[in-house]
Design a protein around this ligand. Structure first.
Ligand SMILES: [Fe+2]
Ligand SMILES: [Fe+2]
Length: 116
């Protein structure tokens, strides 16, 4: 792994995770007993690892922002009574719609949210 890119990734992830708008993800439940904040950090870490392994020269800030916002839908799917398929189909668009008032997203970041 390229140490400079890894250092850039860690700094970018840690900087973005300090955004107060992301604090709501710390109370939002995710599947398998996780919270959305930790799930999203895990997504960022795995996405970076795979991109490096496959030698994809991705834009690191976009990878981080896309990963951290891809599930910014801000509700408990189970408590809201959403079934698995309905939630799976609808939450990417809802996550993007709810993130956009708080963040200016570029086309890559919007695509990460919509296509996951
Ligand atoms: Fe998702
Ligand atoms: Fe997710």
């Amino acid at each position: 792994m390229n140490e400079d890119r890894y250092a850039q990734f860690r700094a970018c992830l840690n900087d973005f995770c300090r955004r107060p708008e992301l604090m709501v993800l710390r109370t939002n439940p995710q599947h398998r007993g996780n919270i959305t904040y930790q799930h999203s950090r895990n997504v960022a870490i795995y996405a970076f690892y795979l991109a490096e392994r496959w030698h994809w020269r991705v834009d690191i800030p976009s990878l981080v922002r896309g990963a951290m916002l891809h599930d910014f839908y801000l509700y408990d799917a189970r408590a809201a009574g959403h079934g698995g398929l309905k939630h799976a189909m609808q939450h990417p668009r809802l996550a993007l719609r709810q993130a956009q008032p708080h963040f200016v997203l570029n086309p890559v970041e919007r695509n990460i949210s919509l296509s996951h």
